[in-house]
Design a protein around this ligand. Structure first.
Ligand SMILES: *Cc1c(COP(=O)(O)O)cnc(C)c1O
Length: 384
């Protein structure tokens, strides 16, 4: 296909074709797996292929997956990491000792927990702020002039929505970078770079891979030449937080169906959120697709094609009742994580009891099963 046509291709087409990745050597319609850790030099000692010297810096499967993710995220460059947390850490390692950072409150617990320890060790002042409240975010930015601001939208497990464009503007006004953890949205439902974010981060373990069998993370940028990005590139290669070829290959395979899966998960989640909203045993439903959700208007503006498969709801009767419902579920598997084709349920309060999570809160990762089966399962577990 000519390059002139390519920009017009839609995400589903790009994904299904893995952005054109094939195996040119054999004519295979999917890329081969390249496991070599080292690459040969010729008799004159020049590399046979200047792009390939050593696996820590060079792997074709990683490049293929990064190229595809860049296309889906509308990014200039993407870097893959061996986990979402490795991607988080790669960003925070660029923060100078003694600087300050602003991090959204009540986001993915693993991020909060690691950042608190890291900042303490490095003498970085950490300001945790409820960033979905734009006035609070704005005030904190102006007061602290942080090196970077970290937001997560939709947030996990509260499903709060932070205004990316407004946050980017305020952050940039005080000279801060805006980094967005967009894991719950995936590149299909939101492209934070298009709304002014400097870097977008994903736990690719979740929706991007989508089959609960690869641990990976990613960072994407709209400004490949930016100093911070180049610092992250060098740090990944030298410190060695790289993804293995097999994982990268699996990730590419998973991404071929990403738009399809995100659409189906979003449709199912919307139907279940509506069902649960009307259920007498349910106190609240947290899902940005619902018009009653406080962040719905912002979500509608910065998300496209759906609101994702992640939702939380609070069961009346506290922890005991929530755990009883969880125990009765037949289809939803009781497990952490999200974004896979199979639906999962989690009682977050059991995992992080000291973070203000309501005791009756159940977090669902809605998969691609038949929605009637999922609704029936929730119905029988709640008891009509
Ligand atoms: C899972 C998750 C992470 C961490 O990613 P890992 O791949 O588990 O290291 C970060 N942010 C969010 C929102 C997540 O859901």
């Amino acid at each position: 296909m000519s390059d002139a046509l390519k920009p017009r291709l839609k995400p589903s087409t790009i994904a299904a074709h893995a952005a054109g990745a094939k195996d040119d050597e054999t004519g295979g319609v999917v890329p081969a797996v390249h496991m070599a850790t080292t690459f040969e030099r010729g008799p004159d000692y020049s590399p046979l292929n200047a792009q390939n010297i050593y696996l820590r810096s060079h792997n074709e499967n990683v490049r293929v997956a990064e190229r595809l993710l860049s296309k889906l995220e509308n990014a200039e460059d993407t870097l893959l990491f061996p986990s979402g947390m490795a991607a988080v850490a790669a960003v925070f390692r660029t923060v100078p000792n003694g600087a300050s950072v602003l991090v959204q409150r009540q986001i993915y617990w693993g991020t909060t927990e690691w950042i608190r320890t890291f900042c303490a060790r490095r003498g970085i002042t950490l300001h945790e702020v409820e960033a979905s409240d734009h006035a609070a975010f704005s005030e904190a930015c102006v007061a602290h002039k942080p090196f970077l601001a970290w937001i997560e939208t939709p947030s996990n497990p509260w499903l709060r929505i932070t205004d990316i464009a407004a946050s980017a503007k305020v952050a940039h006004d005080v000279g801060a970078l805006l980094v967005v953890d967009s894991t719950a949205a995936s590149p299909v439902l939101s492209n934070p770079l298009a709304h002014g974010a400097d870097i977008v981060m994903h736990s690719a373990t979740k929706g991007i891979n989508g089959h609960s069998d690869v641990l990976a993370g990613s960072l994407s940028t709209a400004a490949k030449a930016a100093a911070i990005w180049q610092e992250i590139v060098v740090d990944r290669n030298t410190a060695g937080a790289v993804l293995g070829p097999m994982e990268a290959w699996l990730l590419t395979r998973g991404m071929r169906t990403l738009p399809l899966r995100m659409r189906e998960m979003s449709t199912n989640a919307m139907a279940l959120a509506t069902y649960l909203s009307d259920h007498p045993k349910v106190e609240t439903v947290m899902y940005p697709g619902l018009e009653t959700h406080p962040g719905h208007a912002i979500a509608a503006r910065q998300m496209q094609g759906g609101y994702g498969g992640l939702m939380s709801f609070v069961v009346k009767g506290g922890a005991a009742e929530a755990l009883r419902v969880t125990g009765r579920l037949q289809l939803f598997l009781r497990a952490t994580s999200l974004g896979g084709v199979e639906s999962l349920v989690e009682h977050r309060h059991t995992i992080e009891p000291h973070t203000g999570i309501p005791e009756g809160l159940l977090r669902l990762s809605v998969g691609i099963e038949d929605v009637d089966d999922l609704r029936d399962d929730l119905g029988q577990a709640l008891g009509q």
